[in-house]
Design a protein around this ligand. Structure first.
Ligand SMILES: Cc1ncc(COP(=O)(O)O)c(C=O)c1O
Length: 377
């Protein structure tokens, strides 16, 4: 038997966190492969994980080489202002470096916005079934999150979100595409929404899955920032760029807003390997195009398999798909027993669904075969 954890021998704390912290339900990440391997006594290699919307190809060879080169300077602190990465993003998207804030993942940007702009008791607005970090970041500041009912297709209802804005509202979160639904809002709809939101309310437009959209679907969101100084666009290198482990993302915003986020962030919030990798990843445009193409094929493969199993899903614009399986928790467990990790989404108010990340063709095939077994049980 394992030795008891040293923590068990500690005295009970008398310190008490504030109520708004005690009320937080922790973020539930996808189950790590090593954890399932330990639990089932399986080889890690025999397990597939389609649970965290990562790029199954990982980073490109050029990016791996850039990371290896950056390890030569591991004794040095990273560039706290991220000069090279900001210059690369600036050149690629024609955005002034002062309008950029780098984050330890785009999650960091979401947190920094609430840290800089939300006081206890003030409100944020977001959609039902929207990314779980919006309520978490709100609660961590003692804010009040207003969840707005979604459309019938589970996507954001922007009109209802606009109506949910009150004098106490400081931030509205819009995910496009949204996780876990994969729903997407047309640029015209987002543009009209931005026009309707009062200038004192920040709009965070979370574009974590932007690179998976077809080029003609891309919104001119960085240009919108010029017109709407209350807009923050967040993006990440965790998804299509294949760098989830390194934690790097960025926000595009008015330099005055960026200044506020820079005041509250950690001085070295993006590590040196992440910065070097992200610079190389931005330069490797073919890799992202290939990843998008592979994703499209994988989506078609999954949709075909799901149709054959008689299942329905929410049409997705990202690198995952939300599938209605009935007993989400049960099917999830039966997939785990076959070494397949997907994402249960009961915590998103979707107990009958599972979220499946598009994998490599062989992973998608293995998932579909395991799903057929799991549904029969
Ligand atoms: C909609 C959305 N936004 C933001 C993130 C945060 O990703 P990261 O912190 O890795 O950039 C995720 C990750 O799953 C996401 O789905």
């Amino acid at each position: 038997m394992n030795a008891p954890s040293p923590a068990l021998h500690m005295r009970e704390p008398t310190v008490r966190a504030p109520e708004h912290v005690r009320n937080i339900a922790r973020y539930l990440p996808g189950k790590p492969i090593p954890e399932l391997a330990r639990e089932l006594g399986l080889e890690e290699r025999s397990i597939i994980k389609l649970a965290s919307n990562e790029n199954p190809r990982g980073p490109s060879l050029a990016v791996r080489a850039a990371i290896a080169a950056a390890t030569e300077e591991l004794c040095r602190y990273p560039d706290g202002d991220g000069f090279s990465l900001k210059a690369a993003i600036s050149a690629r998207y024609r955005i002034a470096p002062e309008a950029l804030v780098l984050g330890n993942g785009s999650n960091d940007i979401l947190e920094l916005v609430t840290q800089a702009f939300l006081l206890p008791g003030q409100r944020t607005v977001y959609s039902r079934h929207a990314f779980a970090v919006y309520p978490l970041a709100t609660q961590a500041r003692g804010g009040i999150g207003i969840e707005v009912a979604a459309q019938a297709d589970l996507g954001h209802d922007l009109e209802a979100m606009r109506h949910a804005i009150t004098a106490d509202t400081r931030i509205v979160f819009v995910a496009n595409p949204n996780n876990p639904t994969g729903t997407w809002l047309r640029p015209e709809a987002v543009a009209a929404f931005l026009e309707s939101v009062p200038g004192e309310v920040l709009v965070v437009l979370d574009e974590a899955y932007n690179e998976y959209l077809a080029p003609e679907q891309h919104a001119p969101s960085s240009a919108w920032v010029t017109r709407h100084p209350n807009l923050i666009v967040s993006r990440t290198f965790s998804k299509a760029y294949g760098l989830a482990a390194l934690r790097v993302g960025y926000g595009i915003m008015h330099p005055g807003v960026a200044d506020m986020l820079n005041r509250v962030r950690q001085p070295f919030n993006v590590n040196a390997l992440a910065q070097a990798a992200a610079v190389a990843a931005l330069a490797d445009r073919d890799y992202v195009d290939e990843s998008r193409a592979l994703n499209r094929q994988g989506m078609a493969q999954l949709e075909q398999g799901l149709r054959a199993l008689g299942l329905t899903w929410v049409p997705s614009h990202a690198n995952f798909v939300l599938v209605r399986v009935g007993d989400g928790a049960g099917v999830y467990q039966r997939l785990l027993r076959q070494g397949v990790i997907v994402r249960p989404v009961a915590n998103y108010g979707l107990p009958e669904h599972l979220r499946i990340t598009i994998g490599l063709p062989e992973e998608n095939a293995r998932f579909l075969a395991a799903l057929a077994v799991a549904l029969r049980a």
